[in-house]
Every structure is written in C-alpha cells, then in structure tokens.
Design a protein around this ligand. Structure first.
Ligand code: UD1
Ligand code: CA
Length: 450
C-alpha cells in the first residue's frame, strides 16, 4: 500500500463562552496540561501535517500550540461562524490534497491516537466520510447521528435543530470527523448556514456526502474518550475521566496505590518500579519518582524529582526544583523549593529549604529555615556533606556550611562556617539560682522581685 498522507485540522477558535472564564477555553487544563496540549499530543502520535485554527487575537493559544507540537501551521478564523467555517480557514492546507483529512476539536481532550487511526482506517477501506459516535449518559448539547433503516449514516442533527423524536436518539456525535482528501473541499464548500444558530455546521457534511452518493461511516467509542468540554462542570468530568485513566496506567506499571481515588496525577507524572503512593497525594506537573520511593499521605509535589528509595511525607511539600537523590528522607511539614538533597540527606520535620544544596547524609533539624529572600533577590545556601543543622536554626543566605560542621540549635547563621566547625549564633544562656523561689515568696506582698 502506498502511504496515505494526512492533514489533521484542530479547531480551537471557539469563544468558549459557556466556560464563563477570561482564559481561552482550550487553555484550561486537566491533569496539568492544557486541553489543546492533550489533543496535540494524540495528533502528534499519528504524524502527518497539522493545522490549528484559532480565533483572532489568540496569541496565547498559538504559543501553547507551538510548544505542544512544533511545526503546526496556524490559521486564523476571523469570524466565528461555525465548525465547517473554521475548517475552511485551513483551506490552503486542504488544497494541498492530502489523502486523509482529520478534523478534531481542541475541546475534546481525551481522544487517543488509536481512535484517530481507526478513523483513518475507515477512509483507507473506502469511506469518504467517517464520524465518531458515542452514547453519553447525558446527551444534551450533542449532535445526534441519524441512521437510516439500512443502517447507513445519513445525517447529523444538531440538538437545537433536532425534532423531539431525533432528540431521543442515544448515538451522539463526538465531533471528530475524517474526510477523504479527494472530496473534502467539494463537500465543505456546499455547507450553508440555514439552521437555528445560523452557523456553518461541519456536521452537515454527512448529509451532503450522502446526497452526493458518497460512502459515509460511523464508528463508535467510549464516552470517556470523547467528552467535550464546554462548561466548568464538563471540565471537571473530563479531569475525573483522565485521572481514572492515569491511575489505571500507574497501577499497570506496578505503582502501589491502595486508595487510588484520592491520588491526583498529572499527564507527565513518571514512576519507576516499586513505588508506593499513599492516600491523598497531589502530583502537579513535572514530577518524577524513581524506583522504590515512598510518597506518604497528604504530600504535594510539583516540578520535583524523587530519587530511588527516598521517603517523602506525610505532609511534605516539594516545589519546583526540588531534587532528592537516593534514600533522602523528607518528613512532615517540610517545604523544599529549588534545592538539591544529595544521597541520604534528611529533613524530617518542620523546615523550609529553598535555593539550597544539601550534602550527602546531612541532617537538617526541625524548624530549620533557609532565609533565601532579602525582599528583592534570592540567595543560595550551601550545606556540606554530613553537616548537622541544629533545630530551629535560621541560615541567612548567601551562606555556606562546611562538611561535617555542626550548627548549634536556635542559631541565626549569617557567616560561612568552615568544615568540621561548631557554629553558635544565639544568646548565651544565663542561670540565676533560687530566683523563682524568691519570686514566689514576694508574690502578693506588693514588693518587686529582685
Ligand atoms: C460540536 C458538534 C456536535 C458534537 C459536539 C461534540 C458541530 C456543529 N457540532 O458541538 O455535533 O456533538 O461538538 O463535542 O460541529 N470552533 C471554531 N470555530 C467556530 C466554532 C467552533 O474553531 O466558529 C471550535 C471550538 O473551539 C471547539 C470546536 O470547534 O473546539 C467545537 O465547537 P463547539 O462550539 O464547542 O461545538 P459543540 O456545540 O460542542
Ligand atoms: Ca464543544
């Protein structure tokens, strides 16, 4: 078989008014990634040329698309006049005559490359138009697939234009469509706007193709793969569906998660072997957990890497730039930002370590704080291998603590400490023998204590 070429047109020009948000709809995120980012990841897997249609003045969407999939071609739909009108904004790309044209919506983030490939297979096996159907629990808002008594797909009816009988049809339009490149433009150019919304509906392509005697085909898929996001509630439903998918993949990869419903993952969360994630853990974007690490309950991680055998939490917060090497222990109420912990280092309780490096096997006592910010600039703290930072110490950056040095508890350290030294930076304790007893004897006499 000679290779068929493919053009995928991603529609992202809609206004997303139903989101009631100032941010463009397709830049809302699920599992830490924008809706359009998810779609372009699936589209990128199938290869071929990719065109993204955006609205006017949507530079932010263009940038997001470029980052998600370099080499996309951008087209601007100057006026939002419907999905078919949006597809035709990419006319120059269509005119290049690809064998297959795929139209996908940037607001349908859970679509997989596998299903896009199925739509292309339908074209390869003779269909001129293939659409994707599904049976949602709640069909409201979706177009309905109209199938004639012989089982042939003859039309798609938008809900606003559907008769009460048609509204009872359970099989809905997922929005995605595959068109043979040979006939795509001829079909698209015949679509008009004679409907309830006075828009050029892509869905009309089916009735037009059927009328031209072309072969139409409907494929079916699961609701979770084609949930469209038009509202905040649907965004949350898509998030829930994606979380189920990501948790299943983590389980499949051997991650021990005994309360998976309470664990929030990101699309890019990476796990090694024999990792345990306890209940109620949130993974933000950019987290890698290596072999044998344990993430205990109520921890929040973002932009962090956790080395092999490390233990994090309960109640730990790893912010962007937290890098934990092998066997590091980070305990409760410890916050780490932009800091590297070398192998075996520990911060077991109540600490803030930011803009720092912590040497191998160093021990950070409870209540230690790196004072990294002077109100204007951030400064670094360097702690050598095997150093021991006594509890409740403030390390005022920029400052270096040498290897194996000791910092006395409660110190405020403002100058560098050499290796193997003891540094004390606190008021000397004084003791007054018998003072408390003398005070008690005077209480109630009106006389002042000594
Ligand atoms: C669309 C389908 C509907 C289907 C549903 C599935 C049409 C006419 N209707 O309805 O049959 O059941 O998706 O989720 O196709 N867009 C543009 N320019 C426009 C209008 C829309 O780029 O002028 C883009 C939007 O950004 C969005 C996509 O096209 O990514 C779909 O538009 P939307 O308005 O959300 O269509 P639905 O009403 O959901
Ligand atoms: Ca939609």
């Amino acid at each position: 078989m000679t290779a068929r070429t493919c053009l995928t047109i991603v529609l992202a020009a809609g206004e997303g008014t139903r989101m009631r948000a100032s941010r463009p709809k397709v830049l809302h995120t699920i599992a830490g990634k924008s809706l359009i980012g998810h779609v372009l990841a699936a589209v990128g897997e199938i290869g071929g040329a990719v065109a993204v249609v955006v609205g006017p003045a949507q530079g932010v969407v263009v940038r997001a698309a470029d980052i998600a999939l370099p080499a996309v071609e951008i087209f601007v739909q100057e006026e939002r006049r419907g999905t078919a009108h949006a597809v035709l904004a990419a006319r120059p790309a269509l005119a290049r005559g690809p064998s297959d044209v795929l139209v996908v919506f940037a607001d349908t983030p859970l679509i997989t490359a596998r299903t896009l490939a199925r739509l292309r297979e339908a074209l390869a096996s003779g269909a001129d138009i293939a659409v994707l159907g599904f049976r949602p629990a709640d069909a409201s808002g979706y177009g309905r697939l109209i199938v004639d008594p012989t089982g042939a797909l003859v039309a798609i009816r938008e809900e606003k234009d559907a008769s009460p009988d048609e509204r009872r049809i359970a099989l809905c339009n997922a929005g995605l469509m595959a068109l043979s490149g040979r006939t795509a433009l001829a079909i698209l150019d015949r679509i008009g706007d004679d409907n309830a919304k006075r828009e050029f509906y892509l869905t009309d392509a089916v009735a037009i193709a059927a009328g031209m005697g072309l072969a139409t085909r409907a494929l079916e898929t699961e609701e979770d793969e084609v949930r469209g996001v038009n509202t905040q509630a649907q965004l949350a439903e898509a998030e829930a569906a994606l979380q189920r998918r990501l948790r299943a993949a983590a389980h499949e990869a051997g991650v021990v998660m005994f309360a998976p419903d309470t664990v929030h993952l990101c699309a890019d969360t990476k796990f090694g072997r024999d990792v345990t994630v306890e209940p109620y853990v949130v993974f933000g974007p950019g987290v890698t957990i290596e072999d044998g690490a344990v993430i205990r309950s109520f921890s929040h991680l973002e932009g962090a890497s956790v080395g092999p055998g490390a233990r994090v939490g309960p109640f730990a917060r790893l912010r962007p730039g937290a890098r934990l090497d092998a066997d590091v222990h980070i305990g409760n109420f410890v916050e780490i930002k932009e800091a590297r912990f070398a192998a075996g280092a520990k911060a077991n309780h109540l600490a803030y370590i930011g803009d720092a490096s912590v040497g191998a096997a160093a021990n950070i006592g409870a209540g230690t704080i790196t004072c990294n910010y002077d109100g204007h600039d951030k400064h670094r703290t360097e702690i050598g291998d095997g150093a021991f930072i006594g509890s409740n110490s403030a390390l005022v950056a920029p400052v270096k603590i040498g290897e194996r040095a000791y910092i006395g508890s409660g110190s405020v350290i403002t100058r560098d400490v050499p290796a193997d030294a003891l540094a004390l930076g606190r008021a000397r304790q004084s003791v007054k023998e018998g003072w408390a007893a003398r005070l008690r004897a005077l209480l109630g006499t009106g006389r002042k204590p000594p």
